[in-house]
Ligand binder design. Sequence first.
Ligand code: P6P
Length: 309
Amino acid sequence: MEGADSDPGDGAADSADPDAVAVAETTLEAVAAAAPEIRAGLPGRRRYLDDENPSGEDVLAADVYADELLEATLGDIDGVGTYASEERESTVDTGDGAVSVAVDPLDGSSNLESNNPMGTVVAIYDGDLPASGRDLVGAGFVLYGPVTTMVAGVGAPADATIREYLVTGEGDREKLERIELPDDPTVYGFGGRVPDWPDDFATYVDEIEDELKLRYGGAMIADVSQVLSYGGVFAYPALESAPDGKLRLQFEGNPVAYLVEGAGGRSSDGARSLLDVEATGIHQRVPVHVGNEALIERLEAALDEVPAR
Ligand code: P6P
């Protein structure tokens, strides 16, 4: 199994508790180890259950399967004291560890029906939940695409080196490239419906849509993977019908902000880094915008007054 993500030469995670960083590394290894089993369980679990998750979304058999597998796997890790999931109303006490893991077991699971990419997102916080993104000591996502990959980093947000790994059939990680956002952005992808976008966001879209190619696939981590590969911007913005947007801070916003900022980009709720958004609940929603710094700066300039969060 491979060593820590933060290369000593890249400013190893010395501003986070080394014990918590070690737990983060173990957690990411465990998620990679579970990935082949999650992927193998998808074909037979494409049916919807007569159930909703705490965010009121329909639940697939695959969501429950991945959630239960991850709780069993991650809850056993020494140092992990709390397991939280998008699929569960409240946190699960898994022991006396100081680290909390927050997972979106299958981000974009509605893509199972159309056989489009989806993934598993994990955020590893040093402390109790809900937590600020500044308390992250690691984050990553597994992308179930044509091949299974993981994008991950460990350490405090400012210290993390973000890398891609190939996840082998045995659940090992083969280190690939360090990820740095390309300077010249190429793609954009925005959630919601045009009539539901506030005027200020629609103005921003008008401004950039002739410069970039539309890439939106309905699974945040697949769309963020496009941004990490080609440069650009992904957003699930505030909507007229949902002023806090759709995505959850603890399970989606914070980890992708950690990864994109670690890759040299920026994140924003419309006014500030997602990592600086106050944590008020484990299922709190937040508008998510991540990508190249210049595109995020133009977004923040285009938006009218954004409420303090
Ligand atoms: P919509 C998946 O359900 C998810 O939480 C994110 O992965 C994705 O970005 C978004 O919702 C897609 O939402 O409204 O386009 O189906």
